[in-house]
Design a protein around this ligand. Structure first.
Ligand code: FAD
Length: 437
């Protein structure tokens, strides 16, 4: 049977559109089925962290995001007074980018469309069934008609409570939320002087960040409402009363733009580390006397540069490291994320490493100019270069295979026995070599 799409992605949130772009670059015919007619104007997320920004940079689209957001060189850990310093992290994006999720989604959708992804909006997936080598996605189209698309793969990017996950009978092994917070995107007639506020007292915690010149996001975690069911609506009056109690002023809060909803962290990625980190931060939101002592102690600890760097590494997701390829000789870089760096190419021109990752292919980086073997492999971009600046971590490295996500598949040191053979073995393990000239 002729299939128009090799993969159907259900859900046009940030994950669905990012994946659609990656698949399009890899030549996989894809469409996205999204329930909403238009992207939601309200935003859940506000912050893009350094690792996400690096990935956008690798694809050559970072500037579109930066031009619409504001850079902040720090982040918070559980709303503690001591901010995490991102400015010293080993990355070309040492900051968080304040950008409403609605804008992030729009930019990702535009990118996916520009690469040829077809998008069905106002289309709700009802069921996904597997039949031998095919998957049928049954969905209600915007005109109410029920249609079926047959593809090789169906991908569930439909968020928490995913229909696809349930249809595929995949369990959700997570835990229920333990804290309910209140969130509002509002106007503030008398905003805090810098526009930003992070305050925690025994009366509760408040975070305020500007969304645009005249709108602010207000998040309140109140000890009196941490266990309120999340479907109990938040009113404007409650938010004002919380602000008044915790901050001594309601900042002239008015004109909320949501049907106010409670913050709920079930959408957090399933990555265990992130979950642990989130749980630790949540635990620290403790308004008892002992809890406040612990917060103050943690805040003092974060003032130690090593501790700050360690926690900033977690929050920024720059500390993520994957398991090393066990078939390759050990190397300290295997599985690590490679920061962007300036390279001098064999023709004398200089180029950033991440520019070679824009097409979403693997990059074979040879750092020894004498490497005269030109390797031609489908799906592999080969680069021979030297480092423009000394880099201790790469001092002895001969060749690195970099994955499309910027992590090192493997690296081989020049001093490794049988260096050339090891490199060839590493390439043929990941690719079928089509020609060597
Ligand atoms: C209040 C709040 C603040 C947050 N702040 C941050 C932050 O600052 N930084 C950060 O990184 N993350 C933050 N997050 C988390 C972030 O919002 C999520 O990680 C992100 O939205 C997940 O993206 P996704 O594409 O997986 O799912 P979603 O964004 O949920 O997208 C899923 C899409 O699938 C569609 N869909 C669902 N079911 C169907 C169906 N049956 N058929 C068709 N379409 C369907 C939905 O309409 C939706 O568009 C926050 C979350 C919340 C709630």
């Amino acid at each position: 049977m002729m299939m128009k799409y090799e993969a159907v992605i259900i859900g046009g949130g940030p994950v669905g559109f990012m994946l659609a772009s990656e698949l399009a670059m890899a030549g996989v015919g894809t469409c996205v089925i999204e329930r909403l007619e238009k992207p939601v104007p309200h935003s859940k997320a506000l912050t893009l962290h350094p690792r996400t920004l690096e990935l956008l940079e690798m694809r050559g689209i970072l500037e579109r995001f930066v031009s619409k957001g504001s850079k902040i060189p720090s982040g918070h850990f559980s709303m503690l007074d001591t901010r995490l310093d991102f400015s010293g992290l080993d990355t070309s994006c040492p900051y968080t980018l304040l950008l409403p999720q609605s804008k992030t989604e729009k930019l990702l959708e535009d990118h996916a469309r520009s690469l040829g992804t077809e998008v069905f909006r106002g289309a709700e997936a009802l069921a996904v069934t597997q039949n031998g080598e095919e998957v049928q996605t049954i969905f209600k189209d915007r005109d109410g008609s029920v249609r079926t698309i047959t593809s090789k793969f169906a991908i569930g990017a439909d968020g928490a409570g995913s229909t696809v996950r349930k249809q595929a009978k995949i369990e959700f092994p997570g835990t229920d939320s333990t804290v309910t917070a209140a969130l509002g995107d509002v106007a503030l007639l008398s905003p805090p002087p810098s526009g930003v506020l992070s305050l925690c007292t025994k009366e509760g915690g408040v975070m305020i960040v500007p969304l645009s010149p005249d709108r602010y996001r207000v998040v309140v975690i109140s000890p009196y409402r941490t266990q309120t069911p999340k479907d109990v609506p938040v009113t404007e009056e409650e938010l004002k009363a919380d602000l008044l109690r915790i901050c001594g002023t309601d900042f002239g809060l008015t004109d909320p733009s949501w049907l106010l909803d409670s913050y709920h962290d079930e959408r957090h990625p399933a990555a265990e580390g992130l979950l642990r980190n989130t749980e630790a931060q949540t635990k620290l939101i403790d308004f008892t006397q002992a809890g406040l002592h612990l917060r103050s102690m943690m805040s003092e600890l974060l003032a130690f540069p090593d501790v700050n760097r360690y926690v900033a590494g977690q929050i920024s997701a720059l500390d993520v490291r994957y398991e090393a390829d066990r078939t390759m000789p050990p190397n300290r870089l295997n599985g690590a994320r490679l920061p962007d760096m300036k390279l001098i190419l064999s023709d004398g021109n200089s180029e950033r490493l991440y520019s070679f990752l824009q097409n979403g292919t693997f990059v074979l980086l040879s750092l020894r100019q004498e490497a005269d073997d030109h390797i031609e492999v489908k799906g592999l971009c080969t680069v021979t270069a030297s480092l423009a600046e000394p880099n201790e971590k790469l001092r002895d490295v001969h060749t690195i295979l970099i994955r499309p996500d910027g992590h090192v598949a493997w690296a081989v040191d020049a001093s490794a026995p049988d260096c050339t053979q090891v490199i060839q073995k590493g390439i043929s393990r990941w690719f079928s070599v089509t020609s060597r000239v």
